[in-house]
Design a protein around this ligand. Sequence first.
Ligand code: PYC
Length: 313
Amino acid sequence: MKPLQVIDSHTEGEPTRIIIAGGPDLGAGDMATRRALFARHHDDVRRCALFEPRGWEALVGALLCEPVDPACAAGVIFFNKAGMLSMCGHGLMGLAVTLAHMGRISKGRHSVETPAGPVSFELLSQDTVRIENVAAYRHAASISVDVPGRGIVHGDIAWGGNWFFLTKARPCALEAQHIPQLTAYAQAIQDALNAAGLGGKDGLVDHIEVFGPPGEQGANARSFVLCPGGAYDRSPCGTGTSAKLACLAADGALAPGETWVQESIIGSRFSAHYRPSGEGRIIPTLTGRAWIMAQATLLRDENDPFADGMATG
Ligand code: PYC
């Protein structure tokens, strides 16, 4: 493995580490094909970039790729501690400020290829990005899952670029001091969904989104999002906010163009709206802020027993 050149940013508190050079050559296929090759043959790169001791549990990674369509600003493959992600809303905002930091883009509208399909963003200022996500939709409304020790929990299953189970049931107030309880609760729901085979179309809901009232004026709701691998999203989660918009649209609870402000568990916000795209799907638009934190070269010593990172649960 070559030394990995990375740029770290955070989006409303959620970190993204983008490999800008030194990553594997995955050929010239589309991003879904390249993601499959990355997962099959280069998982050491994912572990090296994200696992301790170089990384930590909340870190989301991205591999910057040459796009198939030269009109696109980039191609990108997102991943986290547990494996590959199809899309990542906060990561796309991080990518936008990273490309600007590299001098590859300036303010304005740009397209990017992801394994979930093409997406676009508008760099509004140095730190503010508006993204247009892939089409989102509700797959199942008000399903019940029997969660051992917690009782029956009701919620929707929706696609927002990743699969989500969205519920208003909560064990406590959505406040940062309760993150350990919320993590355990969401993990119990995830385990029960997996055991019951109640997943998305591909058989696996891998994000749990718990809703409650907003903490501050001007927001519509606060959310706690558990990501695959057990870390919680410090941002309001771009694909999770998209899944929420799809459910609100399906319920007739939010009109096209109407603003929805979603808070994260730490109180950071995305402002969002949608337009219908046919067949019960919507195109979500989300605005948030991201900042560059570091630029580094990750070195890998052959004698280091933890060179490829260590699995810490
Ligand atoms: O913002 O879509 C998102 C996301 C997914 C996992 C972590 N963040």
